[in-house]
Design a protein around this ligand. Structure first.
Ligand SMILES: [Zn+2]
Length: 364
């Protein structure tokens, strides 16, 4: 199995266009046109993780946090990032990172955290904005199914838990073929009326090229007419954080003790108890304080995240129970998500989960 196929599998699950603007997810180091000798999954790339990969015989490291975030004008090994770059290149290691694209993906990291906590009815807390397009095209009735199905296969027509969504209406198109044209019906120089089905369908903007290609291939016209519009709907299947409900309401202290155990938390920080029972829970792995406005608006009873600042606590007052469980602790289960994604599609590849504890924060 070539590394490029592992990368393709990861990007089908967590498409790179879903990453946040500041991010640098994707291929970090190496050439993907080589055979995989094994995959090592980790949260952070450190020198110890690279050594582990070499010892296990894995030439592909898939991390959550990108190793590279900036351009380099020299590589002298003056910090751990530069030493990792040099060591990876010397040992023919390929490094790939699935970061905020994995956070924002359907069934991504936050869904895994929600599963561990036992949340039901899990949905995205802050759906992505300005990421959808509407595609409209006009097809002869006998070809409507073919074109619709081609568009579905190209990733169009997904809304929430439904796929194959489209709307069709009947109408009439007109055209006059000029010299040199090969019209579907009618003849050169004569105005032609043609019964047509208007198909309307939604798609993520990053699927545009694929969708238009599928449309042109399936459509019988020499020059298919189609319109693409940006739409301002949020995309409920992708975005930051999730929210869901516990089966049974739980007292605050019991809830926090359970969370501490599930995520093996060294030090769980929280705000003052208010005596509420916890039922609706919002969460975001890693640094999730940027979601506080949406969290407070959601009327969740508790918010679990990896890290927050002192002043963020003041914004919450007693409106919600905050559980700050540590960045590393909150994102440990990412390795399980990556394992599932690769193993489900490419079962015969050797996958290892890193045993190196890369958490730079220790507790007394
Ligand atoms: Zn993180």
């Amino acid at each position: 199995m070539r590394i490029e196929e592992v990368v393709r599998t990861l990007e089908q699950f967590a498409p790179l266009p879903l990453q946040d603007g500041f991010d640098n997810a994707g291929l970090q180091i190496g050439l993907t046109d080589v055979e995989t000798t094994g995959v090592l999954l980790c949260l952070d790339v450190t020198e110890a993780v690279l050594t582990e990969a070499i010892q296990l015989g894995c030439n592909l490291i898939v991390s959550h946090h990108p190793l590279l975030f900036k351009g380099y004008t020299s590589l002298t090994g003056k910090d751990y990032t530069e030493r990792c770059i040099i060591k990876a290149i010397k040992n023919d290691l390929i490094i790939y990172s699935a970061h905020t694209n994995l956070d924002n993906a359907t069934s991504g990291v936050n869904f895994k955290i929600a599963e561990k906590i036992g949340l039901n009815h899990v949905r995205i807390l802050a759906p992505k904005e300005n990421t959808l397009l509407k595609l409209i095209t006009y097809v002869p009735p006998t070809y409507a199914n073919k074109v619709r199905n081609a568009l579905f296969a190209a990733g169009c027509g997904n809304i929430g838990n439904y796929d194959s969504c489209s709307y069709s209406s009947e109408g009439k198109g007109t055209f006059r073929a000029k010299e040199g044209a090969q019209p579907f019906c009618g003849s050169i120089g004569k105005l032609c009326d043609q019964e047509e089905i208007k198909i309307e369908i939604v798609l993520p903007a990053y699927k545009k090229t694929e969708a238009v290609k599928a449309l042109i291939e399936a459509h019988p016209y020499e020059e298919p007419a189609y319109d693409l519009y940006p739409i301002v709907n949020t995309w409920v299947q992708a975005g930051a954080g999730v929210i869901g409900d516990l089966e049974e309401p739980e007292p605050e202290l019991d809830f926090l003790k359970r969370i501490k155990k599930i995520f093996d938390v060294g030090c769980l920080k929280h705000n003052e108890f208010s005596g509420r029972f916890i039922r609706k829970v919002a969460l975001c792995g890693g640094a999730g304080a940027f979601l506080l406005p949406q969290v407070l608006h959601s009327k969740a009873d508790a918010f679990i995240t990896g890290e927050m600042k002192y002043h963020d606590y003041f914004k919450c007052e007693k409106n919600i129970l905050i559980a700050e469980i540590g960045h590393y602790e909150s994102e440990q289960c990412i390795k399980e998500v990556l394992h599932f994604v690769i193993d489900e599609k490419i079962p015969h590849v050797n996958i290892h989960i890193s045993k190196v504890n890369t958490n730079p924060i220790k507790y007394l």
